[in-house]
Design a binder for this molecule. Sequence first.
Ligand code: CIR
Length: 253
Amino acid sequence: MYFTHAITRLPADSVAHGLTTASLGAPDAELTRQQFRNYLDILLQLELTVTTLPAQPDYPDAHFVEDTAVLMPELAIITNPGAPSRRGEIHSIAPLVSRFRHAVWLGEGAHMDGGDVLMVDKRFFIGLSSRTNEAGISQFAAAVEKFGYSVQAVPVGAGLHLKSIVNYVGRNTLILSEDAVNNPAFSGFDQIVLSPQEEYAGNTLWINDTLITPSGYPHTLRQLQTLGLPIIETDTSEIRKMDGGLTCLSLRF
Ligand code: CIR
């Protein structure tokens, strides 16, 4: 998958009012924006065309745009986010996504966060989580299977989303938590297993064969270096305080 575009949203001053389980204290809004700007610089350095939407102060989680849509070459799914406080975010994302892709909306009672959707070529692994339900996965599958995609549900125990604990990092390799290692869904891949103290670094983002990884996770960095791909480290301390990571901050297509 080669990406040419990204959609992002500026974090609002109200970021600290978003949802979190992290117990790491309140994020600083200005430092959040600085870390976001550094992230934009990386996307631009990778030659993506980036569209950045204005901040949405009434939706303090809205800069985690990944949760609102899933884009593939043939279509886009507009999700119905699992957290009630985030459902309104889709109304400002959908018109923009619709400029690039035919958009299919999940219906009533079907819930999904894009953070649960891991796409590897024509395969989707979708976390069955506190945010994504079976109806969400089956409606998603009905929309994408006709384009030759397979969909496999993966129950998520620990962590907010599937991609909080499993990500694709190129070279037929997944980076994943110890909990996910023995999941048969992932048996066909080479695996980089995260040490429990560095689990957060599992949210490493693979874009056009470059890896973007949070700074401050030296063991994971050494493991990633074995892949031989260029690696960019960036500080996400404030994003992490709100349960966010590098994948959440953009929609890539
Ligand atoms: C939330 O709880 O919804 C946000 N505070 C964090 C969302 C992170 N999104 C992602 O990992 N895709």
